[in-house]
Design a protein around this ligand. Structure first.
Ligand SMILES: [Zn+2]
Length: 386
């Protein structure tokens, strides 16, 4: 589709019980096909994610397709494609291998590539974008006037948008609403039109849908904070019997200690003051809920200035921070020395937490994957430091 210029990749239905993105994308495809006068200045590629799971309407069949985009997993997958080696039995392996082959082809082609990954949530509200916090990803996210939530990659490993970001593709995930609400389809469609215009794949004059698209997203951006950060993830383990209590909505403000769910050990409460995000009201999934907290847009602007100045190159001069002896691009932080400023300052400068282990913190510059397989984020982290 289209001529020279940028490529926009739209992935929808990576979770099979989230068809809204697929339906929204199909509306855009239909509109573009019907009106041939709308010539794209570039390419749009639509990819459906977990097709086997979509056909039966479940999040996944054997494993979550949006938690497996790690270097380790991809190496195994790529090896599995070689004849003579045993194939893994997870049905998602095939889905992921097909997606990976398409993405390799697209990313290898000429011109800049951008990606939008469409999702929905099981609970009400919760329309937002999430990115790995690089300046390129922020520039992409600003085309969608909804809350921006940063820091998911420190709590959840192996998301597609994080992986694409590491491959140099500015990427964003967009949660367009609750699985079954018709507005989730409208908002997914709106997001695509806004990106097509924002990335100049189409002139605004050629997109009569743009006014409606803005009308669908702007009120949400006005009703909720502009930027927030992920603070905590309540991770579910097999057989812990977690059930969310009814009535919670994404971005609802709650005090620390508020009981939001129950498992076999008793009540599960908010670990700190904040807003609850994506409370789990479906049977599949390993994230019970998240806690997010807003922060001032000022800090985003400051961090843009600091990153522009390349301040991150000198950060290992600070007390308690040194270049990591074995992982290129990583910093090794002694939290006993650098406790009060470490993670916040490093976030501002574009680093992400890779390992947090008592007194020791390892951070990586965002967009770089750990070169050493010995270091990974692990599960069930404590919330970020105060
Ligand atoms: Zn999803």
């Amino acid at each position: 589709m289209g001529g020279d210029g940028a490529t926009l990749v739209i992935v929808a239905g990576l979770h099979g019980n989230e068809p809204a993105g697929v339906l929204g994308a199909m509306r855009v495809i239909r509109a573009l096909r019907e009106e041939r006068s709308r010539r794209l200045q570039g390419r749009v590629v639509f990819l459906t994610g977990n097709r086997a799971a979509l056909s039966v309407g479940v999040r996944f069949l054997d494993r979550d397709l949006n938690r497996a985009w790690t270097s380790e997993r991809l190496r195994t997958l790529r090896m599995g494609a070689r004849p003579g080696l045993p194939e893994s039995t997870a049905r998602e392996d095939r889905e992921q291998r097909e997606l990976l082959a398409e993405l390799d082809r697209i990313i290898g082609a000429a011109g800049p590539t951008y990606a939008l990954d469409l999702h929905t949530t099981s609970g009400p509200d919760g329309v937002f974008t999430t990115i790995g916090d690089t300046l390129e990803n922020r520039d992409l996210a600003q085309f969608l006037p909804v809350p921006l939530v940063l820091g998911l990659e420190e709590l959840v490993e192996g998301t597609l948008h994080e992986y694409l970001g590491e491959r140099g593709v500015p990427s964003l995930a967009f949660e367009s609403g609750q699985h079954e609400e018709p507005e989730a389809i409208d908002r997914a469609e709106a997001a695509i039109w806004l990106l097509l215009v924002g990335l100049r794949l189409l002139p605004e004059s050629a997109v009569p849908e743009i006014g409606k698209a803005r009308g669908q997203l702007v009120p949400i951006g006005e009703a909720f904070p502009k930027v927030l950060e992920f603070r905590h993830r309540h991770e579910l383990r097999e057989g812990d019997g977690f059930r969310m209590r009814p009535g919670f909505r994404s971005f609802q403000r709650l005090r620390a200690g508020t009981v939001v769910g129950d498992d076999l050990r008793g009540g599960v409460s908010m670990p700190e003051d904040g807003r609850i995000l994506m409370p789990l009201y479906q049977s599949q999934g390993s994230d019970g809920f998240f806690v997010v907290r807003e922060f001032k847009v000022f800090w985003l602007r400051l961090s843009r200035v600091l990153r522009g100045l390349g301040v991150g190159r000198f950060v290992h001069w600070l007390p308690g921070i040194r270049e990591h002896p074995s992982i290129p691009g990583a910093l090794d932080v002694n939290k006993r020395v650098a406790r009060w400023y470490a993670l916040q300052v490093l976030h501002l400068l574009g680093f992400r937490r890779q390992l947090d282990d008592g007194d020791r913190l390892v951070v990586l510059r965002r967009g770089k994957r750990a070169a050493s397989e010995g270091v990974h984020t692990g599960d069930g982290h404590p919330p970020p430091n105060p």
